[in-house]
Ligand binder design. Structure first.
Ligand SMILES: NC(=O)C1=CN([C@@H]2O[C@H](COP(=O)(O)OP(=O)(O)OC[C@H]3O[C@@H](n4cnc5c(N)ncnc54)[C@H](O)[C@@H]3O)[C@@H](O)[C@H]2O)[C@@H](O)CC1
Ligand SMILES: Nc1ncnc2c1ncn2[C@@H]1O[C@H](COP(=O)(O)OP(=O)(O)OP(=O)(O)O)[C@@H](O)[C@H]1O
Length: 488
């Protein structure tokens, strides 16, 4: 290829001298023996050698294409086998739970009073925490299975039929939980329940709207050390479909962030003496705020972030808190506690800090779903998105899992893609009618969409780049991943 581009790869039976000639779609500069200065007697030998070189190159290219193709085929097969393996595992678990359910049903039928005793409740809790998540269980100790189990008559107060996880504080043994989502294929059905709601909130593309109507998002973050994180969040918001993305960052980060992308509006104000007033001026124009990506832990920046959160709450806009913003919340939970449009997106480490700050006791790592729900309740039913192998989304009343297939690559910055996307989706969800979200908590719908999208981007980027996958590669997948998940 390089040789061709340089015009040095000769093709047979071409006569003109030193001119550009198109043959079979390829433009090749011909150099005759005269112009090359070589004796005409050597020409057949040279042509012969060139032909051999040409065919070797061609064969090498073919072999390399074949190798690449077979690599992707093998990778696809590997992923399919992995899917089958998981399915089989889930089916086995489901079967086991069904058997246990029958046992419990018969116990409950024989001795209904026993289910109300503290000992039984404790036993149920213990058993529940040792089981895989997703076991539907009611306070009566009866387990329910499958999608039909969480169908119920919708009252005006109740939220839509979706996988649920209710607390029943009346139990002496503490929290008895009702988990109405299930494992394996049933969990996928749970996903199927929420995915249409995400599709519903995606605004139509129409020539009737003006710039800004599909979302003006603000990111609070970016300091000397971290310039990538706010950029990832802000550009992801744009790629998901926001019209305008603002970054409010420290002065040292601003030029760097601007240089990554001319699409972003960058305000170098976060460490200025009048930072809060500077940012406040923009708040009326923003539909959502994402606080924390690349914020760092400088006291002054955290204080500014805190005051900006307070001002944003007064404007009733969704506030996504991620990364160092969560550090701030762990120090001063009241900054966001009880604000229903607040969404926390911790990874496991951040979650542990938050949990321990709220409960003043070590996290019980054996039951993430329960702990996440407890954290949400302690925060006043804020939506908590605990990221991990499965993403766990709860508003303290219900829990859903996002199990969209990702990959084994955990490159830094994926969380920023998630928080930026979530900002846009939260705006869309909160401006959609209750019909569109079937009265499911809009934060939860948005969170499910953002998690699914991030994981799909990760999967697609991994297919192309394997171990070399970076967040930049994932961002390039947003468009097609979004279309695949939400617009097909
Ligand atoms: N290119 C960039 O500018 C990036 C900046 N980032 C920013 O970097 C700052 C610090 O974020 P960090 O997340 O590094 O926070 P920390 O500096 O608190 O580090 C957390 C540590 O926990 C570890 N960890 C994470 N998940 C874990 C799990 N499930 N189990 C065990 N250990 C786990 C991490 O490897 C890391 O060492 C934030 O402001 C963040 O936004 C990150 O978003 C990554 C990309
Ligand atoms: N083990 C895993 N398997 C599949 N996906 C995962 C896994 N862990 C995290 N993810 C996905 O990666 C995304 C980001 O989660 P991650 O835990 O990397 O966040 P983070 O540490 O806050 O990221 P950042 O590097 O931006 O600070 C989430 O969407 C989550 O679904």
């Amino acid at each position: 290829m390089a040789l061709q581009e340089q015009g040095c790869l000769p093709l047979p039976a071409l006569g003109s001298c030193g001119e550009m000639t198109a043959v079979q779609g390829t433009t090749v500069r011909q150099i005759s023996s005269q112009s090359a200065g070589g004796p005409s007697s050597k020409r057949p030998k040279k042509q012969h050698a060139d032909l051999a070189l040409d065919s070797v190159t061609k064969r090498l290219l073919e072999q390399s294409a074949e190798a690449e193709q077979s690599f992707y085929q093998m990778e696809e097969q590997r992923l399919q086998a992995e899917d089958h393996r998981r399915e089989a595992k889930h089916a086995r678990e489901l079967h086991m739970l069904q058997v246990l359910g029958q046992i419990f049903s018969s116990i409950a039928t024989r001795n209904p009073v026993a289910t109300a005793t503290p000992n039984t409740a404790t036993a149920l809790n213990t058993m529940e925490s040792t089981m895989q998540p997703g076991v539907p269980m009611s306070t009566s100790g009866q387990m329910r299975f499958g999608r039909s189990s969480h169908r119920r008559v919708r009252s005006p107060q109740s939220q839509a039929e979706w996988p649920s996880y209710h607390s029943h504080p009346q139990s002496n043994a503490g929290l008895v939980l009702e988990r109405s989502f299930s494992l394996g294929t049933a969990a996928r059905r749970g996903m199927d329940d929420i995915l249409p709601l995400v599709k519903n909130i995606v605004p139509q593309l129409t020539s009737k709207k003006h710039k800004g109507q599909d979302g003006r998002i603000g990111i609070i973050g970016g300091c000397q050390e971290y310039t990538g994180a706010p950029y990832f969040a802000a550009i992801s918001a744009l790629k998901v479909g926001a019209d305008v993305s603002h970054v409010f960052c420290a002065k040292a980060a601003a030029t760097v962030i601007k240089s990554y992308s001319p699409e972003l509006i960058v305000h170098p104000v976060l460490d200025s003496p009048n930072a809060v007033e500077e940012i406040e001026k923009w708040l009326p124009r923003l539909h959502c705020l994402v606080v924390g990506p690349g914020l760092g832990r400088d006291e002054m920046l955290l204080k500014t972030a805190k005051e900006v959160i307070e001002k944003s709450k007064a404007r009733d806009i969704p506030i996504v808190i991620d990364a160092d913003g969560l550090w701030l919340v762990a120090q001063q939970p009241s900054v966001i506690q009880g604000y229903k449009k607040g969404i926390l997106t911790p990874n496991y480490m951040e979650f542990t800090q938050l949990y321990e700050a709220m409960h003043h006791e070590p996290l019980d790592s054996s039951d993430h779903q329960r702990s996440a729900m407890e954290l949400s309740v302690a925060m006043g039913n804020l939506t908590v998105v605990l990221k991990g192998e499965d993403d766990l989304i709860t508003d303290g009343k219900k829990v859903i899992l996002c199990r969209q297939e990702g990959s084994g690559c955990r490159c830094g910055g994926q969380g920023d893609l998630l928080s930026g996307s979530l900002g846009v989706l939260a705006h869309w969800a909160y401006t959609s009618s209750a019909d569109m979200t079937k009265s499911v908590n809009p934060s939860v719908v948005a969170a499910f969409g953002a998690c699914s999208l991030t994981r799909q981007c990760n999967r697609q980027a991994f297919h192309k780049h394997w171990r070399a996958t970076t967040t930049t590669d994932m961002i390039q997948e947003i468009s097609s991943a979004f279309k695949k998940l939400f617009e097909s």
